[in-house]
Design a protein around this ligand. Sequence first.
Ligand code: SF4
Length: 446
Amino acid sequence: MPNSGKNIGFVSLGCPKNLVDSERILSRLRAEGYDLIGSYEEADLVIVNTCGFIDSAVEESLEAIGEALQENGKVIVTGCLGKDESRIRTAYPKVLAVTGPHAYEEVVEAVHDQIPAPHDPFTSLLPPEGIKLTPRHYAYLKISEGCNHSCSFCIIPDLRGSLVSRPFGDVMLEAERLVESGVRELLVVSQDTSAYGVDLKYRPDFWQGRPVSSKLKDLAAAMGELQAWVRMHYVYPYPHVDDLIPLMADGHILPYLDMPLQHGNLRVLKQMRRPAATEKVLSRIARWRRSCPELTLRSTFIVGFPGETEAEFEDLLAFLQEAQLDRVGCFAYSPVDGAAANQLPGALPLEVREERQARFMQVQAEISRQRLQAKVGREMVVLIDEVNQKQLIARSSADAPEIDGRVFIPGGWELEPGDFIKVKITAATAHDLQAEPIEVEETEVD
Ligand code: SF4
Protein backbone atom coordinates (compact mmCIF):
# COMPACT_ATOMS: atom_id res chain seq x y z
CA MET A 1 0.00 0.00 0.00
CA PRO A 2 1.50 3.40 -0.92
CA ASN A 3 1.89 6.07 1.73
CA SER A 4 -1.55 7.66 1.80
CA GLY A 5 -0.90 10.13 4.57
CA LYS A 6 -3.06 8.16 7.00
CA ASN A 7 -1.30 4.85 7.56
CA ILE A 8 -0.48 4.09 11.19
CA GLY A 9 2.02 1.45 12.29
CA PHE A 10 1.52 0.05 15.78
CA VAL A 11 3.78 -1.95 18.10
CA SER A 12 2.03 -3.26 21.22
CA LEU A 13 4.19 -4.64 24.03
CA GLY A 14 3.46 -5.91 27.52
CA CYS A 15 0.51 -7.46 29.28
CA PRO A 16 -3.13 -7.99 28.23
CA LYS A 17 -4.04 -4.73 29.99
CA ASN A 18 -1.72 -2.88 27.66
CA LEU A 19 -3.23 -4.76 24.74
CA VAL A 20 -6.63 -3.36 25.71
CA ASP A 21 -5.13 0.15 25.64
CA SER A 22 -3.76 -0.57 22.17
CA GLU A 23 -7.17 -1.76 21.01
CA ARG A 24 -8.82 1.39 22.31
CA ILE A 25 -6.32 3.69 20.57
CA LEU A 26 -6.65 1.76 17.33
CA SER A 27 -10.45 1.72 17.53
CA ARG A 28 -10.46 5.46 17.88
CA LEU A 29 -7.99 6.06 15.04
CA ARG A 30 -9.80 3.63 12.77
CA ALA A 31 -13.09 5.39 13.60
CA GLU A 32 -11.49 8.58 12.34
CA GLY A 33 -10.46 6.97 9.06
CA TYR A 34 -6.81 6.11 9.65
CA ASP A 35 -5.55 2.75 8.39
CA LEU A 36 -3.56 0.27 10.43
CA ILE A 37 -0.50 -0.88 8.50
CA GLY A 38 1.84 -3.81 9.14
CA SER A 39 5.15 -2.44 7.87
CA TYR A 40 7.43 0.37 8.92
CA GLU A 41 8.08 1.49 5.34
CA GLU A 42 4.46 2.03 4.44
CA ALA A 43 3.44 3.64 7.72
CA ASP A 44 3.21 7.43 7.94
CA LEU A 45 4.04 7.18 11.60
CA VAL A 46 4.46 4.46 14.21
CA ILE A 47 2.97 4.30 17.71
CA VAL A 48 4.89 2.18 20.22
CA ASN A 49 2.83 1.13 23.27
CA THR A 50 5.50 0.27 25.83
CA CYS A 51 5.75 -1.81 29.00
CA GLY A 52 7.79 -0.78 32.03
CA PHE A 53 6.99 -3.62 34.42
CA ILE A 54 10.43 -5.21 34.83
CA ASP A 55 13.87 -4.30 33.58
CA SER A 56 13.74 -6.72 30.64
CA ALA A 57 10.42 -5.17 29.54
CA VAL A 58 11.99 -1.70 29.70
CA GLU A 59 14.87 -2.91 27.52
CA GLU A 60 12.48 -4.47 25.03
CA SER A 61 10.45 -1.25 24.90
CA LEU A 62 13.51 0.92 24.35
CA GLU A 63 14.69 -1.40 21.58
CA ALA A 64 11.27 -1.27 19.91
CA ILE A 65 11.35 2.55 19.95
CA GLY A 66 14.87 2.55 18.48
CA GLU A 67 13.86 0.13 15.74
CA ALA A 68 10.76 2.13 14.82
CA LEU A 69 12.82 5.34 14.67
CA GLN A 70 15.44 3.74 12.51
CA GLU A 71 12.96 2.08 10.13
CA ASN A 72 10.34 4.80 9.96
CA GLY A 73 11.58 7.95 11.69
CA LYS A 74 8.21 9.24 12.99
CA VAL A 75 7.41 7.69 16.35
CA ILE A 76 4.91 8.37 19.13
CA VAL A 77 5.53 6.56 22.41
CA THR A 78 2.80 5.65 24.90
CA GLY A 79 2.22 3.10 27.69
CA CYS A 80 3.85 2.42 31.05
CA LEU A 81 7.39 3.41 30.08
CA GLY A 82 6.01 6.68 28.70
CA LYS A 83 5.60 7.80 32.30
CA ASP A 84 9.39 8.15 32.37
CA GLU A 85 9.52 10.68 29.54
CA SER A 86 13.02 11.95 30.30
CA ARG A 87 14.48 8.44 29.99
CA ILE A 88 12.92 8.04 26.56
CA ARG A 89 13.88 11.54 25.41
CA THR A 90 17.45 11.04 26.61
CA ALA A 91 17.77 7.81 24.64
CA TYR A 92 15.78 9.03 21.63
CA PRO A 93 15.50 12.83 21.36
CA LYS A 94 13.73 12.49 18.00
CA VAL A 95 10.51 10.85 19.21
CA LEU A 96 7.54 13.05 18.27
CA ALA A 97 5.52 12.68 21.46
CA VAL A 98 5.56 10.70 24.69
CA THR A 99 2.46 9.93 26.76
CA GLY A 100 1.92 7.74 29.81
CA PRO A 101 -0.37 4.70 30.07
CA HIS A 102 -4.07 4.79 29.11
CA ALA A 103 -3.70 8.28 27.61
CA TYR A 104 -5.89 7.49 24.60
CA GLU A 105 -6.86 11.10 23.94
CA GLU A 106 -3.30 12.37 24.08
CA VAL A 107 -2.08 9.70 21.68
CA VAL A 108 -4.84 10.50 19.23
CA GLU A 109 -4.09 14.23 19.54
CA ALA A 110 -0.40 13.58 18.88
CA VAL A 111 -1.41 11.66 15.74
CA HIS A 112 -3.63 14.59 14.67
CA ASP A 113 -0.70 16.99 15.13
CA GLN A 114 1.39 14.94 12.72
CA ILE A 115 -1.26 13.72 10.30
CA PRO A 116 -4.59 15.57 10.25
CA ALA A 117 -7.56 13.19 10.54
CA PRO A 118 -8.73 12.04 7.10
CA HIS A 119 -12.37 12.79 6.28
CA ASP A 120 -13.63 9.97 4.16
CA PRO A 121 -17.02 8.64 5.15
CA PHE A 122 -16.20 5.26 3.62
CA THR A 123 -13.02 4.72 5.59
CA SER A 124 -14.27 6.34 8.80
CA LEU A 125 -16.73 3.56 9.51
CA LEU A 126 -15.79 1.90 12.78
CA PRO A 127 -16.92 -1.67 13.23
CA PRO A 128 -19.12 -1.57 16.34
CA GLU A 129 -16.73 -3.80 18.28
CA GLY A 130 -13.71 -1.59 17.58
CA ILE A 131 -10.43 -2.99 16.32
CA LYS A 132 -9.19 -6.04 18.15
CA LEU A 133 -5.69 -7.41 18.26
CA THR A 134 -6.83 -10.78 19.59
CA PRO A 135 -8.53 -13.40 17.37
CA ARG A 136 -12.12 -12.57 16.55
CA HIS A 137 -13.68 -14.96 19.05
CA TYR A 138 -12.15 -13.74 22.31
CA ALA A 139 -11.41 -10.31 23.73
CA TYR A 140 -9.90 -8.72 26.79
CA LEU A 141 -12.25 -6.43 28.65
CA LYS A 142 -10.60 -3.97 31.02
CA ILE A 143 -12.87 -2.96 33.92
CA SER A 144 -10.58 -0.57 35.80
CA GLU A 145 -7.26 1.21 35.64
CA GLY A 146 -4.57 1.60 38.29
CA CYS A 147 -4.22 0.10 41.73
CA ASN A 148 -4.63 1.30 45.33
CA HIS A 149 -2.04 -1.11 46.76
CA SER A 150 1.66 -0.69 47.27
CA CYS A 151 3.19 -4.14 46.90
CA SER A 152 6.85 -3.61 47.61
CA PHE A 153 8.10 -5.34 44.44
CA CYS A 154 5.80 -3.46 42.07
CA ILE A 155 5.89 0.01 40.52
CA ILE A 156 2.57 -0.26 38.68
CA PRO A 157 0.74 2.17 41.02
CA ASP A 158 3.48 4.74 40.28
CA LEU A 159 3.14 4.11 36.58
CA ARG A 160 -0.62 3.76 36.32
CA GLY A 161 -1.94 5.70 39.30
CA SER A 162 -4.69 4.82 41.78
CA LEU A 163 -7.71 2.66 41.03
CA VAL A 164 -10.23 4.15 38.62
CA SER A 165 -13.14 1.79 37.88
CA ARG A 166 -15.05 2.18 34.65
CA PRO A 167 -18.75 2.88 35.10
CA PHE A 168 -20.86 -0.30 35.19
CA GLY A 169 -22.89 0.71 32.13
CA ASP A 170 -19.75 1.47 30.07
CA VAL A 171 -18.26 -1.92 30.79
CA MET A 172 -21.50 -3.73 30.00
CA LEU A 173 -22.03 -1.78 26.79
CA GLU A 174 -18.57 -2.77 25.61
CA ALA A 175 -19.17 -6.38 26.68
CA GLU A 176 -22.47 -6.49 24.76
CA ARG A 177 -20.93 -4.96 21.63
CA LEU A 178 -18.08 -7.47 21.72
CA VAL A 179 -20.47 -10.41 22.03
CA GLU A 180 -22.70 -9.04 19.27
CA SER A 181 -19.63 -8.84 17.04
CA GLY A 182 -18.83 -12.54 17.48
CA VAL A 183 -16.71 -12.64 20.64
CA ARG A 184 -17.39 -15.92 22.47
CA GLU A 185 -15.13 -15.40 25.45
CA LEU A 186 -14.62 -12.25 27.52
CA LEU A 187 -11.38 -12.11 29.48
CA VAL A 188 -11.91 -9.67 32.33
CA VAL A 189 -8.68 -7.85 33.20
CA SER A 190 -7.45 -4.95 35.35
CA GLN A 191 -4.60 -4.46 37.81
CA ASP A 192 -6.83 -5.55 40.69
CA THR A 193 -10.10 -7.01 39.47
CA SER A 194 -11.50 -7.72 42.96
CA ALA A 195 -11.25 -4.03 43.82
CA TYR A 196 -13.72 -3.06 41.09
CA GLY A 197 -16.05 -0.31 42.32
CA VAL A 198 -14.14 0.63 45.51
CA ASP A 199 -13.38 4.10 44.11
CA LEU A 200 -17.01 4.44 42.92
CA LYS A 201 -18.11 3.63 46.47
CA TYR A 202 -20.06 0.78 44.86
CA ARG A 203 -22.50 3.35 43.57
CA PRO A 204 -25.91 2.15 42.39
CA ASP A 205 -26.47 1.92 38.66
CA PHE A 206 -29.07 0.44 36.32
CA TRP A 207 -28.62 -2.33 33.83
CA GLN A 208 -31.41 -3.67 31.60
CA GLY A 209 -33.90 -1.71 33.68
CA ARG A 210 -32.94 -3.22 37.01
CA PRO A 211 -30.91 -1.75 39.86
CA VAL A 212 -27.34 -2.99 40.27
CA SER A 213 -24.39 -1.80 42.31
CA SER A 214 -20.92 -1.15 40.94
CA LYS A 215 -19.51 -4.33 42.46
CA LEU A 216 -17.62 -7.18 40.89
CA LYS A 217 -20.33 -9.67 41.78
CA ASP A 218 -23.08 -7.67 40.02
CA LEU A 219 -20.81 -7.03 37.05
CA ALA A 220 -19.94 -10.72 36.77
CA ALA A 221 -23.63 -11.68 37.05
CA ALA A 222 -24.57 -9.21 34.28
CA MET A 223 -21.76 -10.44 32.01
CA GLY A 224 -22.82 -14.00 32.73
CA GLU A 225 -26.14 -13.30 31.01
CA LEU A 226 -24.40 -12.66 27.69
CA GLN A 227 -23.88 -15.51 25.25
CA ALA A 228 -20.18 -15.87 25.98
CA TRP A 229 -17.72 -17.38 28.40
CA VAL A 230 -16.59 -14.93 31.08
CA ARG A 231 -13.15 -15.52 32.57
CA MET A 232 -11.78 -13.58 35.54
CA HIS A 233 -8.12 -12.54 35.72
CA TYR A 234 -6.09 -10.79 38.46
CA VAL A 235 -8.53 -11.50 41.26
CA TYR A 236 -7.01 -11.07 44.73
CA PRO A 237 -8.48 -13.22 47.48
CA TYR A 238 -10.56 -10.59 49.27
CA PRO A 239 -13.50 -11.98 51.29
CA HIS A 240 -16.08 -10.80 48.74
CA VAL A 241 -14.50 -13.04 46.07
CA ASP A 242 -16.54 -15.76 47.86
CA ASP A 243 -19.61 -14.20 46.19
CA LEU A 244 -18.29 -15.15 42.74
CA ILE A 245 -18.17 -18.86 43.51
CA PRO A 246 -21.97 -19.45 43.31
CA LEU A 247 -21.95 -17.72 39.90
CA MET A 248 -19.29 -20.20 38.82
CA ALA A 249 -21.07 -23.19 40.33
CA ASP A 250 -24.27 -22.19 38.47
CA GLY A 251 -22.41 -21.85 35.14
CA HIS A 252 -22.96 -18.06 34.84
CA ILE A 253 -19.25 -17.37 34.57
CA LEU A 254 -16.38 -19.79 34.03
CA PRO A 255 -15.21 -21.68 37.12
CA TYR A 256 -11.76 -20.16 36.76
CA LEU A 257 -9.84 -17.74 38.97
CA ASP A 258 -6.51 -16.24 38.03
CA MET A 259 -5.33 -15.19 41.48
CA PRO A 260 -1.74 -13.96 41.90
CA LEU A 261 -0.85 -15.21 45.39
CA GLN A 262 2.94 -14.50 45.20
CA HIS A 263 3.88 -16.48 48.33
CA GLY A 264 2.63 -18.90 50.96
CA ASN A 265 4.52 -17.63 53.99
CA LEU A 266 2.86 -14.91 55.98
CA ARG A 267 6.03 -13.01 56.93
CA VAL A 268 7.19 -12.87 53.31
CA LEU A 269 3.71 -11.79 52.19
CA LYS A 270 3.80 -8.98 54.76
CA GLN A 271 7.23 -7.91 53.47
CA MET A 272 5.74 -7.93 50.00
CA ARG A 273 2.87 -5.78 51.35
CA ARG A 274 0.37 -7.97 49.56
CA PRO A 275 -3.34 -7.22 49.73
CA ALA A 276 -5.39 -9.90 51.51
CA ALA A 277 -2.26 -11.56 52.92
CA THR A 278 -3.94 -13.83 55.43
CA GLU A 279 -3.38 -17.37 56.57
CA LYS A 280 -6.96 -18.15 55.56
CA VAL A 281 -6.30 -18.56 51.84
CA LEU A 282 -5.95 -22.34 52.08
CA SER A 283 -9.20 -22.83 53.97
CA ARG A 284 -11.01 -20.54 51.55
CA ILE A 285 -9.68 -22.46 48.55
CA ALA A 286 -10.95 -25.68 50.17
CA ARG A 287 -14.38 -24.10 50.77
CA TRP A 288 -14.58 -22.79 47.19
CA ARG A 289 -13.79 -26.24 45.84
CA ARG A 290 -16.50 -27.80 47.98
CA SER A 291 -19.05 -25.33 46.51
CA CYS A 292 -17.66 -25.52 42.97
CA PRO A 293 -15.68 -28.71 42.31
CA GLU A 294 -15.01 -27.60 38.72
CA LEU A 295 -13.03 -24.57 39.88
CA THR A 296 -9.66 -24.08 38.15
CA LEU A 297 -7.14 -21.98 40.06
CA ARG A 298 -4.22 -20.28 38.32
CA SER A 299 -1.66 -18.31 40.26
CA THR A 300 1.78 -16.73 40.10
CA PHE A 301 4.48 -16.68 42.76
CA ILE A 302 7.80 -14.96 43.42
CA VAL A 303 10.62 -16.96 44.99
CA GLY A 304 13.89 -15.66 46.39
CA PHE A 305 12.33 -12.43 47.68
CA PRO A 306 14.82 -10.41 49.82
CA GLY A 307 15.13 -12.05 53.23
CA GLU A 308 13.28 -15.26 52.26
CA THR A 309 14.80 -18.03 54.38
CA GLU A 310 15.07 -21.68 53.35
CA ALA A 311 12.37 -22.49 55.92
CA GLU A 312 10.06 -19.82 54.47
CA PHE A 313 10.64 -21.16 51.00
CA GLU A 314 9.76 -24.64 52.25
CA ASP A 315 6.56 -23.18 53.71
CA LEU A 316 5.76 -22.09 50.19
CA LEU A 317 6.34 -25.62 48.86
CA ALA A 318 4.06 -26.99 51.59
CA PHE A 319 1.47 -24.37 50.64
CA LEU A 320 1.63 -25.58 47.03
CA GLN A 321 1.14 -29.18 48.09
CA GLU A 322 -1.92 -28.30 50.10
CA ALA A 323 -3.44 -25.77 47.67
CA GLN A 324 -3.18 -28.15 44.68
CA LEU A 325 -3.42 -25.27 42.20
CA ASP A 326 -4.03 -26.19 38.59
CA ARG A 327 -1.77 -23.76 36.76
CA VAL A 328 1.12 -21.83 38.25
CA GLY A 329 3.78 -19.41 37.05
CA CYS A 330 6.89 -18.75 39.14
CA PHE A 331 9.38 -15.89 38.91
CA ALA A 332 12.78 -15.74 40.57
CA TYR A 333 12.73 -12.33 42.29
CA SER A 334 14.49 -9.62 40.32
CA PRO A 335 14.74 -6.01 41.50
CA VAL A 336 12.66 -3.49 39.55
CA ASP A 337 13.97 0.06 39.27
CA GLY A 338 12.14 2.24 41.79
CA ALA A 339 10.50 -0.60 43.79
CA ALA A 340 10.48 -0.37 47.60
CA ALA A 341 11.64 -4.00 47.94
CA ASN A 342 15.07 -2.95 46.66
CA GLN A 343 15.70 -1.38 50.09
CA LEU A 344 14.92 -4.58 52.01
CA PRO A 345 17.83 -6.38 53.66
CA GLY A 346 18.76 -9.96 52.78
CA ALA A 347 19.01 -9.84 48.98
CA LEU A 348 19.66 -13.41 47.82
CA PRO A 349 22.28 -14.41 45.25
CA LEU A 350 20.98 -15.22 41.77
CA GLU A 351 21.95 -18.92 42.13
CA VAL A 352 19.77 -19.27 45.23
CA ARG A 353 16.82 -17.51 43.57
CA GLU A 354 17.12 -19.66 40.45
CA GLU A 355 17.63 -22.87 42.40
CA ARG A 356 14.44 -22.16 44.40
CA GLN A 357 12.57 -21.39 41.20
CA ALA A 358 13.63 -24.76 39.74
CA ARG A 359 12.60 -26.63 42.93
CA PHE A 360 9.29 -24.80 42.98
CA MET A 361 8.56 -25.69 39.36
CA GLN A 362 9.46 -29.31 39.96
CA VAL A 363 6.95 -29.59 42.80
CA GLN A 364 4.24 -27.75 40.91
CA ALA A 365 4.79 -29.62 37.64
CA GLU A 366 3.86 -32.88 39.34
CA ILE A 367 0.73 -31.32 40.91
CA SER A 368 -0.38 -29.83 37.57
CA ARG A 369 0.32 -33.13 35.80
CA GLN A 370 -1.80 -35.10 38.27
CA ARG A 371 -4.65 -32.61 38.05
CA LEU A 372 -4.65 -32.83 34.26
CA GLN A 373 -4.43 -36.63 34.36
CA ALA A 374 -7.55 -36.73 36.53
CA LYS A 375 -9.49 -35.22 33.62
CA VAL A 376 -8.97 -38.22 31.33
CA GLY A 377 -12.32 -39.88 30.62
CA ARG A 378 -14.37 -36.80 31.46
CA GLU A 379 -16.70 -34.95 29.09
CA MET A 380 -16.48 -31.18 28.70
CA VAL A 381 -17.36 -28.28 26.43
CA VAL A 382 -14.43 -26.67 24.63
CA LEU A 383 -14.03 -23.53 22.55
CA ILE A 384 -12.29 -23.98 19.19
CA ASP A 385 -9.31 -21.64 18.68
CA GLU A 386 -7.78 -23.03 15.48
CA VAL A 387 -8.78 -25.41 12.73
CA ASN A 388 -6.34 -27.09 10.40
CA GLN A 389 -6.43 -30.22 8.27
CA LYS A 390 -4.86 -32.40 10.92
CA GLN A 391 -6.57 -31.19 14.06
CA LEU A 392 -8.73 -28.76 15.98
CA ILE A 393 -7.03 -26.79 18.73
CA ALA A 394 -9.38 -25.81 21.51
CA ARG A 395 -9.52 -24.70 25.13
CA SER A 396 -11.66 -25.82 28.04
CA SER A 397 -13.00 -23.68 30.89
CA ALA A 398 -9.69 -24.42 32.65
CA ASP A 399 -7.53 -22.83 29.95
CA ALA A 400 -7.05 -19.11 29.40
CA PRO A 401 -5.57 -18.24 26.00
CA GLU A 402 -1.79 -17.85 25.73
CA ILE A 403 -1.02 -18.81 29.35
CA ASP A 404 -2.69 -22.19 30.00
CA GLY A 405 -2.94 -25.49 28.15
CA ARG A 406 -4.87 -26.57 25.06
CA VAL A 407 -7.13 -29.39 24.01
CA PHE A 408 -6.12 -31.16 20.78
CA ILE A 409 -8.84 -32.90 18.78
CA PRO A 410 -8.30 -34.96 15.58
CA GLY A 411 -9.36 -32.96 12.50
CA GLY A 412 -11.92 -33.52 9.79
CA TRP A 413 -14.87 -31.66 11.30
CA GLU A 414 -16.83 -28.77 9.78
CA LEU A 415 -16.08 -26.38 12.61
CA GLU A 416 -14.63 -22.89 12.91
CA PRO A 417 -12.72 -20.88 15.50
CA GLY A 418 -15.29 -19.63 18.00
CA ASP A 419 -17.46 -22.78 17.91
CA PHE A 420 -18.17 -24.67 21.11
CA ILE A 421 -18.24 -28.47 21.02
CA LYS A 422 -18.58 -31.22 23.56
CA VAL A 423 -15.62 -33.62 23.81
CA LYS A 424 -14.42 -36.59 25.80
CA ILE A 425 -10.86 -36.34 27.15
CA THR A 426 -8.76 -39.29 25.98
CA ALA A 427 -5.24 -38.43 27.22
CA ALA A 428 -3.20 -35.85 29.09
CA THR A 429 0.38 -34.62 28.66
CA ALA A 430 2.25 -32.31 31.05
CA HIS A 431 0.31 -29.22 29.89
CA ASP A 432 -2.32 -30.20 27.35
CA LEU A 433 -5.21 -32.60 26.79
CA GLN A 434 -6.29 -34.76 23.86
CA ALA A 435 -9.94 -35.36 23.15
CA GLU A 436 -12.51 -36.89 20.81
CA PRO A 437 -15.66 -34.99 19.86
CA ILE A 438 -18.90 -36.43 21.17
CA GLU A 439 -21.21 -33.73 19.81
CA VAL A 440 -19.98 -32.12 16.63
CA GLU A 441 -22.98 -29.81 16.25
CA GLU A 442 -22.03 -26.45 17.68
CA THR A 443 -22.87 -26.51 21.39
CA GLU A 444 -24.82 -23.61 22.91
CA VAL A 445 -22.99 -21.69 25.61
CA ASP A 446 -24.93 -20.65 28.73
S1 SF4 B 1 -1.85 -5.29 43.62
FE1 SF4 B 1 0.34 -5.07 44.00
S2 SF4 B 1 1.33 -6.21 42.32
FE2 SF4 B 1 -0.77 -5.79 41.68
S3 SF4 B 1 -0.63 -3.85 40.54
FE3 SF4 B 1 -1.18 -3.34 42.66
S4 SF4 B 1 0.77 -2.89 43.63
FE4 SF4 B 1 1.24 -4.03 41.75
